[in-house]
Design a protein around this ligand. Structure first.
Ligand code: BGC
Length: 311
């Protein structure tokens, strides 16, 4: 049996776990990432997560084969360097993450994009188990994407691609954190939905609304709140439209949606499916279903650990 540490870095938290090559999770946890502070602060938190899992492994006589990390951004996975493209994390560019974590821990480290490792985990252990062609989207602060083509993770040349959230969706659209305009992420992420809800609330009530997040908007939706319904409807329409484009290009067996909103419930998925049906070429979609991820919060660190467990 092999064991590895998996770390999943996100805009608000770091999820971590000790995972076996059978997919068993022996220990897991979550700490804030402090992504809006600085890259040094983020690294401190990653090291804290490493220490926590290492301590558990030592106390339980478990030998670790390495550490896998999923991080937002474009990753040179050969050298373990985050190149950039993770605008939701302050200062998160040109970070030799592999070297830093490996020097600190004495373990071998693998680094890849967060959505890539989640997509791998859902294909290996989750809802897309047994599929060879999968489009994975994680919908949160940003939108991340992964492609499994013919059974393999496809990252583009030198792993610089599959930024599905930065698909140019609307010409001359709203500015995106990446520096471009009109990206799918700007319209269909959870952050976009929250922003839309807040704008509508202000227009209607002539005052700012108290702090809300995606989860709260889903709760309001379920209670029949009109603004929450409008925000979610619009969000699903955009996402479904974008997904129709990915289906036309890749014709996958499954489009898997992960991230916090994927847990909203069947109604959320059904809205996305409906919107996608409006725009897709039916022949491209013949073998495709749109499903929610099932590994939840564990997908990121499981997939990250999988980077070393598969070696
Ligand atoms: C980043 C991606 C990342 C996604 C999810 C996007 O804003 O550009 O690299 O995968 O957010 O974290």
């Amino acid at each position: 049996m092999k064991y590895a540490i998996g770390l999943d870095l996100g805009g608000s938290s770091i999820k971590y776990g000790l995972v076996s090559n059978k997919g068993d999770i022996l220990q897991e946890g979550k700490i804030p990432s402090f992504a809006d502070e600085s890259s040094d602060r983020i690294i401190e938190q990653l090291l804290l997560a490493v220490d926590t899992v290492k301590e558990y492994a030592t106390n339980n006589n478990i030998e670790l084969c390495g550490i896998g990390i999923g991080t937002p951004g474009i990753v040179d996975q050969i050298n373990g360097v985050v190149l950039g493209g993770a605008e939701n994390l302050k200062g998160w560019e040109n970070i030799p993450l592999g070297d830093i974590i490996s020097k600190y821990s004495g373990l071998k480290v693998w680094v890849n994009n967060d959505a890539n490792v989640m997509g791998l985990a859902e294909t290996r252990f989750g809802i897309a188990k047994g599929c060879t062609d999968v489009v994975f989207l994680t919908v949160g602060t940003g939108i991340g994407g992964a492609l499994i083509i013919d059974g393999k993770l496809y990252g583009g040349y030198k792993n610089r691609g599959t930024e599905l959230g930065h698909f140019p969706f609307i010409a001359d659209g709203e500015p995106c954190a990446c520096g471009s305009v009109g990206c799918l992420e700007t319209y269909a992420s959870a952050a976009a939905m929250v922003g839309r809800y807040k704008r509508m609330y202000k227009d209607m009530n002539d005052m700012e609304c108290s702090d809300v997040d995606g989860e709260e908007i889903v709760r309001l939706y379920k209670n029949g709140d009109k603004l929450a319904m409008a925000a979610i409807d619009e969000n699903c329409r955009f996402l479904g439209h974008g997904i129709a484009g990915f289906i036309n290009i890749f014709s996958p067996q499954k489009v898997v949606i992960g991230g916090g909103l994927a847990d909203a419930g069947e109604f959320y998925l059904e809205k996305i499916r409906e919107a996608s049906r409006l725009y897709v070429m039916p022949d491209c979609a013949l073998n495709t279903t749109i499903e929610a991820a099932i590994l939840g919060n564990s997908a990121g660190f499981m997939g990250a650990a999988g980077l070393c467990l598969n070696e």
